[in-house]
Design a binder for this molecule. Structure first.
Ligand code: GDP
Ligand code: MG
Length: 177
């Protein structure tokens, strides 16, 4: 669970990437503030948010970076990836194109991030079941082939958001300890 007033054992930098409008900023505010903002503007300025949690009995501060509207191909700079131990790669289960671009985002990570970076693929907006265009099976197959973790989430109702981050942080901890 959440830990406060304790010494921090680890700080893990995590980057959130994926096409524009898939829900990256909402996933981040759901995880760090348990909020969903209905009239949110597209991301401006804010670089990262943090949440301190207990992982394998250690106090881990997750420092999670959000792209400031730089989702165009190749616009995200190397500085954004520098020092990142984890990446959350988000697509929208109702937008096929955002899933078709996932392979390109993985290439970006392989080119710019550390080789040992742990990646979780996240299909967001799972609450919009009737509008689904990306079968979970397709995403799971891709994730398995690429060695990625996989979750479907809803930033709107909160489903699986904590689960996806906790699994990612656990895998990072396993890799560094
Ligand atoms: P970003 O550009 O990837 O940061 O996307 P945003 O977080 O700004 O979200 C883009 C749009 O999708 C906004 O209108 C959000 O309200 C909406 N959205 C984000 N997450 C969800 C979700 O889980 N379910 C639904 N139904 N809408 C969402
Ligand atoms: Mg955003």
């Amino acid at each position: 669970g959440d830990q406060i007033n304790e010494k921090v054992d680890y700080v893990f930098k995590v980057v959130v990437i994926g096409d524009s409008a898939v829900g990256k900023s909402q996933i981040l505010s759901r995880f760090t503030k348990n909020e969903f903002c209905f009239d949110s503007k597209s991301t401006i300025g804010v670089e990262f948010q943090t949440r301190t949690v207990n992982i394998n009995s250690k106090v881990v501060k997750a420092q999670i970076w959000d792209t400031a509207g730089q989702e165009r191909y190749r616009a995200v700079t190397s500085a954004y990836y520098r020092g990142a131990l984890g990446a959350m790669l988000v697509y929208d289960i109702t937008k096929r194109q955002s899933f078709d671009h996932v392979a390109r985002w993985v290439e970006e990570l392989r080119a710019h991030a550390d080789n040992s970076i742990v990646i979780v693929l996240v299909g967001n907006k799972a609450d919009l079941v009737d509008l689904r265009t990306v079968p979970a099976e397709d995403a799971l197959e891709f994730a398995e082939n690429q060695g990625l973790l996989f979750f479907e989430t809803s930033a709107l109702n909160g489903d699986n958001v904590d689960a996806a981050f906790f699994k990612l942080l656990e895998e990072i901890h396993n890799a560094v300890s």
